[in-house]
Design a protein around this ligand. Structure first.
Ligand SMILES: [Zn+2]
Length: 80
């Protein structure tokens, strides 16, 4: 039981470190392509429509980083 808690804590610590060093992850919808990948009739792969979720960037802000940003903005607004 204690090792499980320690493992979870370690995983959470790694996630926090990742959120602070690399706040962007790849878009889950387009897997970082920034667009839909379509196949033509001849079988070639071409760029399709731009991804709506990341608007073509292929990246998304991590959930933890978004949480941190909103909390820091909240604190900034509250202690002004
Ligand atoms: Zn995308």
């Amino acid at each position: 039981m204690l090792t499980a808690v320690a493992g979870l804590f370690l995983i959470a610590l790694c996630y926090v470190a990742q959120c602070s060093t690399r706040p962007y992850g790849t878009c889950r919808r387009c897997q970082g392509w920034g667009c839909k990948i379509r196949q033509t009739r001849t079988g070639r792969l071409t760029r399709g429509r731009q991804c709506r979720r990341c608007s073509g960037y292929g990246r998304r802000l991590r959930v933890g980083r978004r949480l941190y940003n909103s909390l820091s903005h909240l604190q900034h607004e509250g202690t002004r």
